[in-house]
Design a protein around this ligand. Structure first.
Ligand code: SF4
Length: 445
């Protein structure tokens, strides 16, 4: 997963881009890059790590101009650790002698077709995102907006894009709108584009609208133009609402926190635990689902007994000498006195590889829980994601190999239930506008 942010016509554009990327940081934490323009040249800085840590004053001082695009990245395509620096976006290109930059969130799925267009072209990275840059260089006719549309029509899969040229910023979303992209405004000046709306309050901006599927927005000296370049066939990622997006964001016309509360309520209606003492989320992405689950009052009160330790550094978490149990113990705190003798409902958003949940269940039992019931907000994830989420291989998906009862046994839970796909679909006003491919195997491109 990635996050992208654009700033147009604002002083200190680079600093504001850092603010926007920081607000999106839950989407990716591995690499960050920013490109700015002062109307004459483009300037780029990048590095591994978090936006606020990577961008020193010295780097920000080198990023001149009132327009910028930025990118935070979690690798989803390449596993090549050699040359990671080349794989930090935005990617630079040259359009008829003039530099430009591209930031991409998503995953392009027709690589073989694209490769035919790029025969003989030398690629500098192992990212599908670079194809967009090289295609635009190749098909540069002088009408840059028409050329971007030409390139977009050659691609399949998911792509929410930001382009920066010396004289304009362009946002484009593929016809599926699989990955979110919104824009906002600060008064009459300052235009902001962000993967998620949670960035706008931090930028003193208001959310104006979304970059709709099949649409291109252009901001330039002449103003703001919108072009519907392709017929929309929305397939918004359902996993954004369940897990990825920030609870304060509005994504695909849904307030994420509200959606998660509704998801929790539906889960409890399907699979209550009458007489349970308390409902605890696996923090943080399950917090609102657990609130919804507990709201009827018949399956225990909302009372988090697992809390997240926010002060654990990533290198410490990944330290080789720690086993998985140690890692869980470093990541979470358990409220011992509230666990002894209790019947506890543990709410998790999803199970992908099932590495953490068995340890949490074991820990609760060790600490004296009488019963541990597990409820999962997402239906079983049985298929890889082709569209930019790190669910890559069927082999690693526990629900692809085991039944619900076998997974209950593996986790050691008293009972375990997954959300039903039909019930999940019923929570959306337009259920067919969402992608559920990792749950039902119905790929759409
Ligand atoms: Fe999202 Fe799953 Fe579809 Fe991937 S396959 S886009 S994770 S819903």
């Amino acid at each position: 997963m990635c996050g992208i942010v654009g700033v147009w016509n604002a002083r200190k554009a680079a600093e504001l881009t850092v603010v926007g990327l920081h607000a999106n940081q839950h989407r990716a934490i591995d690499y960050v890059g920013i490109v700015t323009t002062d109307g004459y040249n483009l300037f780029r800085e990048r590095g591994p790590g978090l936006a606020r840590q990577v961008f020193t004053d010295k780097m920000l001082n080198a990023l001149h101009g009132k327009a910028a695009i930025g990118h935070i990245r979690y690798p989803t395509v390449d596993n090549d650790p050699k040359d990671v620096r080349d794989n930090i976006q935005p990617i630079m290109g040259v359009y008829r002698g003039s530099q430009f930059a591209v930031a991409h969130n998503g995953n392009i799925t027709n690589g073989e077709e694209v490769a035919k267009h790029l025969q003989g072209v030398r690629l500098a990275t192992t990212m599908d995102s670079e194809w967009i840059v090289r295609l635009l260089e190749k098909y540069a006719s002088g009408d840059v907006e028409a050329d971007i549309i030409t390139v977009a029509k050659l691609l399949k899969g998911s792509f929410s894009l930001l382009f920066l040229f010396r004289d304009r910023m362009i946002a484009l979303v593929d016809p599926s709108g699989c990955r979110p992209l919104s824009w906002g405004k600060n008064g009459d000046e300052g235009i902001y584009v962000s993967s998620e709306t949670c960035a706008f309050p931090n930028l003193n901006a208001v959310h104006v609208g979304d970059i709709e599927p099949g649409t291109m927005h252009v901001w330039a000296a002449g103003g703001h133009r919108v072009e519907h370049y392709a017929r929309a066939h929305p397939k918004h990622c359902r996993f954004e609402g369940i897990y990825y997006s920030h609870p304060s964001s509005r994504v695909f016309d849904e307030n994420i926190s509200r959606f998660r509360v509704a998801l929790g309520k539906a889960l409890e209606e399907l699979y209550p635990v009458p007489g349970a003492d308390l409902v605890t989320p696996v923090p943080d992405s399950s917090n609102f689902i657990a609130m919804g689950y507990a709201s009827s009052g018949r399956s225990g009160e909302y009372y988090p007994v697992i809390t997240r330790n926010h002060y654990v550094g990533r290198s410490f978490i990944a330290a080789k000498h720690l086993n998985r149990s140690d890692i869980v113990a470093q990541k979470f705190n358990f409220t011992a006195n509230e666990i002894v003798g209790k019947s506890i409902v543990v709410i998790d958003d999803s199970i992908v590889r099932s590495t953490t949940l068995p340890i949490i269940v074991e820990k609760l039992r060790e600490m004296g829980a009488r019963e541990v019931h597990v409820r999962i907000g997402c239906p079983p994830i049985k298929y890889p994601c082709k569209y930019g989420v790190d669910i890559r291989s069927r082999d690693e998906l526990v629900a692809a190999k085991y039944t619900e009862e076998e997974i209950r046994e593996l986790t050691g839970a008293t009972t375990l239930k997954y959300m039903m796909l039909d019930r999940l679909r019923s929570l959306s006003q337009k259920p067919n506008s969402f992608c559920y491919a990792c749950m039902d195997g119905k790929y759409w491109d």
